[in-house]
Structures are given as structure tokens and as C-alpha cells.
Design a protein around this ligand. Structure first.
Ligand SMILES: [Zn+2]
Length: 138
């Protein structure tokens, strides 16, 4: 079985199944294929333009790249979760206490607002902003 997208001169597009491309040709020659909408026999097999299929290929490529990046970010997140301490909303004060008390501490991670991050950087505290991807979202 083979599925074709058919286009009628009335502008409608519909799908139809044929046992083979040969059968399709035969039915067309005998004018046995009619439009579902207007019963016209001016029905043609619609072919996806190469231009459009290239675009679709490009979109697939981009989607794949986004997935790869996301995968790397998830790995990065796992690494941080394994090696650093989650201090949550107390991130700015914890970062300060490590910086000023020179505590030999394990790395920390948590949440900070853009303003808090800017303040920390201004004070000379090393912080990085990383995109925190949701592991469970697809
Ligand atoms: Zn039609």
C-alpha cells in the first residue's frame, strides 16, 4: 500500500491509499480518481517541493542540536548536583560567607536573582550563571 497526497483543481488536498504507484497511474488514466469534495477528476498527486523538504530537514537538524545541548546541560546539572551543595535561596549569603570567611568549602549552587548575582560579582565573588534545565521535561 502506498499513500499519496492528492490535490484537486478546486484547491482541496486529501490523502488516498493505493496498492501501488502503478495502480495510481492506471486509475488516473481511466479517470477513476475523484475529488472527495467536488467529484472532479482533475486530481493530481501532490509532490512536496524540494524547497519545503529542505526546510523540514533544516528544522530536524536544529531540533537535534537543541536536544544535544539540552543533554549536555543535564549532564552538567547532574555533575553539579553530585559535587556541590544545594543552598537554595540562601545562595547569596552562602557565597559571601565562603568568600569572606575563606572557608574551605565545597562548591555551592542555588538560586539568586539577577540583582543578587550582579551584587556578588561586584563584590568580586565568583559566580556563574548556568541554564538550569528541567530533567523531566521533554
Ligand atoms: Zn475538488
Amino acid at each position: 500500500m502506498i499513500k499519496y497526497n492528492l490535490t484537486c483543481k478546486c484547491g482541496q488536498v486529501f490523502e488516498s491509499w493505493f496498492s501501488s504507484s502503478h495502480e495510481f497511474e492506471k486509475l488516473t488514466r481511466k479517470k477513476l480518481i475523484t475529488c472527495l469534495y467536488c467529484n472532479s477528476t482533475s486530481v493530481k498527486k501532490s509532490i512536496m517541493s524540494p524547497n519545503l523538504s529542505n526546510k523540514i530537514k533544516k528544522i530536524h537538524k536544529i531540533n537535534k542540536r537543541v536536544k544535544d545541548i539540552k543533554h549536555k546541560l543535564i549532564e552538567f546539572r547532574n555533575f553539579i548536583e553530585k559535587n556541590c551543595k544545594d543552598v537554595g535561596d540562601r545562595f547569596p549569603e552562602e557565597a559571601r560567607s565562603i568568600h569572606y570567611d575563606k572557608k574551605n568549602s565545597k562548591g555551592i549552587y542555588g538560586k539568586a536573582t539577577p540583582e543578587e548575582t550582579a551584587e556578588l560579582i561586584e563584590e568580586g565573588i565568583e559566580v556563574s550563571n548556568i541554564p538550569w534545565v528541567d530533567k523531566f521535561e521533554n
